[in-house]
Ligand binder design. Sequence first.
Ligand code: HEC
Length: 429
Amino acid sequence: MRRRSPPSETVRLAALILALWPSLAAADFFTLKGHGGPVTGIAVAPDERIATASFDTSVGLWTGDDPRWFDGHEAAVTDVVFAGGTLVSASDDFTLRLWPEGTVLGRHGGKVAALAAIPGLVASASWDGTVGLWPLDGRAPKRLHGHEDGVNTVAFSPDGRRLWSGGKDGTLREWDVATGAQRRVILRHGFGINRIVPARDGRWLAYGAVDGVTRVIDPETGALLHDFTLDRRPILAMALAPDGRRLAVGDGQGYIMVLDTETWRIVRDFRATLKGPVWALAYSRDGRNLHAGGLDSAMYSWPVDELAEAPKMVTPARASATADNGERIFVGRCSICHTLTPDSGRRAGPTLHGLFGRRAGTVADYRYSVAVARSGIVWTEESVSALFDEGPDSYIPGTKMPTQRITNPADRADLIAYLRRATAPTEDR
Ligand code: HEC
C-alpha cells in the first residue's frame, strides 16, 4: 500500500503553506512516502527523478510522488547514485546493483558504505578497506588498496581524473582514476572521515568526521581553509547545490547546517528531526529544495533558504503514553522492521499480523531467507520466547533477522502478551 501524506500531515503542511502563501507554492514542500524504514541515501537524476535508498532493503525511483520499487538487495541499501542516466545502489549485502534490472555491478568483501559516479564509471567505498572502480561499459573493475580500515566515502574531482576517499582510519586519500594508484594521503584527521564533498571547480574539499568536525581544505596542500565544527557529532550527510553555492551538512543529532560557499557563512542551522540522525541529503536540480532522509521512512524536501520557520521530519511510531512494558519493547525494538497490519509495508522484516499459530516464513508479500522458510517452526508463545531467549542467529542459523536477545524472562513475557493482543487478526479482537 503506497500512501500519500496522511490527513494529519496534510493539515500541518497546509497550515504552514497558508502561513507562507503566496510566497510558496504547495509543490515546494513535499514528502515522498512509501518506504518501510529509514531513508539512508538520496540521488537526483539529470531528468529530476529522485532515487531513495532505504534500510527496508529497497530502492525507490520517484516520478513526482509516484514510486517504482526495486527489490533485490538482501540487506539495507546504504546509497544510490546516477552515473549519467544509470541508477546504481550499494548495500550492506556487499553488492552494488544496477536498476531497473537489479544485476550485480560489483561485489565487495564487506558492507558497501557509499557511492560516487561520473558518466560511465561508479566508485564505491567499502568496509572491506578498499575502494572499487566499476566501469559501466564492461571494462575490468579496479580495487584500490591503501586504507587501513573500512572506507566510508568517495568523491570524484570535477574533471573525473582524481578520486578522493575517506575512511575509519581517519585518512583522506587521493587516487588516480586512470591507473587506480594512490597519489597521496592528503590528511590524517585521526577520527573516521564520513563524508567528502569537492567544490564544483575543485578548489576546495569539504569533509565531515565522526568527531563532528566539518572542515574545508585546499585539496592540493591539505591546508585548512574554513572550520565549521559545532558541538554535534557524527557528521553523516553532506550535499552541494548544483550551482555550488550552498553546502548542506547533516549530523547524528538531527541538525542541518547550510553554508554559503562564497561568503563561507552559516545561512541556516536547524534541528530537522524530532529524534534521530540526518542520514541523507541531496539538492534538487534547480538548487531550491533540499531533500533529506533520516529515521522516518519518508523523504522530506524543503526550499530551505525561503522558509520562515525551520521544517521538521516526523519521528516514526512512538509508544503511547499509556503503553505497557510489552508495547514499549515492541515500539522500541521491533517496529522499525515489523508492521502489525495485514501488509508488511516494505519494512525490513515481514508483518507480525496473525503471528500466533502461523508457520514461519509464510507471509505472502515478504521474501524470507531460506533458513526461515525451511525452518518448520510454528510461531507460538514458546517459540517466540525461545527466538529472543537464544537470539535469532542461534535459534534459526542463517536468518536475516539481526542478532538481538531479550534475556529478562519478564520482558519476554510482556512482549509476548502485547504481541498476542496486537497481532490477532481483526475479526478475533
Ligand atoms: C533490524 C530489523 C529487525 C528487527 C529490529 C526485528 N526483526 Fe524480526 N525479522 C526481521 C527480518 C529481516 C526477518 C525475516 C528473517 C528471515 O527471513 O531470515 C524477521 C523475522 C521475524 C519473525 C519470523 C516471522 C515469520 O513470518 O516467520 C518474528 C516472529 C520476528 N521477526 C519477531 C521480531 C520481534 C518480536 C522483534 C522485536 C523484539 C523483531 N522481530 C525485531 C528483522 C527484524
